[in-house]
Write a protein that binds this ligand. Structure first.
Ligand code: SAM
Length: 250
């Protein structure tokens, strides 16, 4: 796929979300895609390797939460987002490219992936973005991060009743957790939300056009965004020690 075709594909997907991608932002996405494919030959970063699929299933999909963040960046103090279990940088890096003023923390327990992200950050010249090598449970207890961030998010990390314990302790009261989910039944997570002092504000369903094997094979994929608001500081007992949230979900 040529760079021009790639740009058109990203622009089309993003514009369905009300997001405009300019040429210099596309240059960053293109460089990111090049690095992703190169590093992926040496380490396991993603099973999605075809350009059109990377653009739709990683880049456009990451931007499905951009509209919620964009709104809050208009005026006011700088905002912070933590991407928990960021892996190869999704959704954190695409959001960083789109919103230079947003401070982004990319959190993962697997250092190899963060070394890749350090290279992406350096090569793209991104500012106000850090990789944090920690388990989410330790990150949420660390006084540097606990009750501090405006947004948290996660894609493909854990079921909702586990994810809530991993992603909400770092939020400040009033902060928003944007959980990116597929169509799967998330079960009952009301008890976990209550214990973690968050309230489900809204659930938005959308479809994005994905190109699995190339431009000629476009299909629709469902994305569900759960929007939680933190109502008060996280109770001292949460998050529990590493491994407990998934072993014994709230
Ligand atoms: N969010 C990325 C995406 O959508 O492509 C990566 C998803 S990958 C399936 C899950 C990632 O979450 C892995 O990189 C893994 O190391 C990380 N992870 C899982 N549990 C974690 C925890 N408790 N703390 C920090 N990272 C965690």
């Amino acid at each position: 796929m040529t760079s021009k075709e790639g740009y058109e594909l990203l622009k089309a997907g993003a514009s369905e979300l009300g997001i405009d991608v300019n040429e210099s932002q596309w240059d960053c996405f293109y460089e990111y895609m090049t690095l992703l494919k190169d590093w992926n030959t040496r380490m396991n970063l993603t099973s999605i390797t075809e350009d059109a699929a990377i653009i739709t299933k990683h880049f456009v999909d990451s931007l499905t939460i951009a509209p919620y963040i964009k709104e809050s960046l208009e005026g006011g103090a700088p905002k912070t987002l933590c991407d928990i279990g960021t892996g190869a940088g999704f959704p954190g890096i695409p959001l960083k490219i789109m919103f230079p003023e947003l401070k982004v923390l990319l959190v993962d327990s697997l250092n190899k992936r963060l070394l890749f992200l350090d290279e992406v950050i350096a090569r793209l010249g991104l500012q106000k973005v850090e990789t944090v090598h920690m388990r989410a449970e330790d990150f949420g207890r660390d006084p540097r991060f606990r009750n501090k961030t405006d947004f948290s998010t996660a894609r493909a990390v854990a079921p909702m009743n586990v994810l809530l314990e991993l992603c909400t302790p770092a939020l400040k009261p009033g902060g928003i957790f944007l959980a990116m989910k597929g169509g799967r039944d998330e079960g009952d997570f009301a008890a976990a939300a209550k214990k973690l002092s968050v309230r489900l504000e809204k659930t938005d369903r959308m479809t994005i056009t994905t190109a699995e094997g190339g431009l000629s094979e476009q299909t629709e994929a469902e994305r569900i965004i759960y929007i939680f608001k933190k109502t008060s500081p996280t109770a001292p007992m949460y998050p529990r020690k590493a491994g407990m949230p998934s072993k014994s979900p709230l």
